[in-house]
Design a protein around this ligand. Sequence first.
Ligand SMILES: Nc1ncnc2c1ncn2[C@@H]1O[C@H](COP(=O)(O)OP(=O)(O)O)[C@@H](O)[C@H]1O
Ligand SMILES: [Mg+2]
Length: 302
Amino acid sequence: MTPKRFDILGLGCATLDELLYVAQFPLPDSKIRIQRSEKQGGGLCATALVAGARLGASCAYGAMLGFDDISRFVAQNLENEGIDTSLVSWRESASAIRSVIVVDETQATRTIFFERNGEVGAPPDAPDERDIAAARVLFVDHYGGIGNTRAIEIARRLGIPVVADFERADVPEFENFFPLVDHLILSRTFAAKLTGAEAPEAMLRALWNTNRKVVAVTCGAEGVWSLEDGEIRHFAAFPTDAVDTTGCGDVFHGVYAATLAWDFPLAKRMRWASAAASLKARAAGAQKGIPSRAEVEKFAEN
Ligand SMILES: Nc1ncnc2c1ncn2[C@@H]1O[C@H](COP(=O)(O)OP(=O)(O)O)[C@@H](O)[C@H]1O
Ligand SMILES: [Mg+2]
């Protein structure tokens, strides 16, 4: 068996988020002062990996990046978090997504403008099978098309669990890779869109197939519902004075993937993931509020 080098190998999107804080979201044809601004890393996959890394998991990013400043920021951000970037596929045609997020501090709303500058996600022909084999868990999102299908098929064949977060179905290959995932965790909004169901229990049953090991639906402050071995369970969210829930779902996935890599039982995975996601909401932006392992452990186990 290939020796394991990573707890989580992530294929999916990584973004540069530019947060602009304003007193009020502007009306058309008006002018507004930016009170402060900051740059943070974001994106489903990158945020999940940062959550895993802060928890102490060894993480690697293996999707495409380009030769532009946005890609460089994204790679640097991952490296600053101790995430391995040696499996990144550097391609001329690739880039990372840039988002401008306008935070209205009076109404506590956030409006996201995003720009796609090139190919994003898993490349069609990488990472090598032996590098996928070196991961305990594979994490994917809806980016990556055929590369996603390829990597998931390899992982499943090698007995490596695949944790997925999807937010869109109108992407290449979705119908091919969606059924293959064994740990499928979706937000309620997207699960509702996919299944047409209203109750989390009905969504879980509709999302089940013979490849599934665990299906879960996250419902914000209402917590999360899971289905495993025919049993539906509910896990409450941890109360928080939420400043910004951007990235809560991504953090949930990252902590779930890390604790799955460590063979934690389902209830403990759910508890730690919920605790970390709730702690994340303390700070604005996808990644700033992501807690350390000590914080998660204390919050989850008390
Ligand atoms: N307001 C909140 N209070 C406490 N926990 C939250 C809150 N919002 C999100 N969470 C936590 O984050 C998880 C994912 O959030 P959710 O909103 O369902 O997904 P997404 O961020 O993908 O839309 C929830 O299951 C919960 O554990
Ligand atoms: Mg989400």
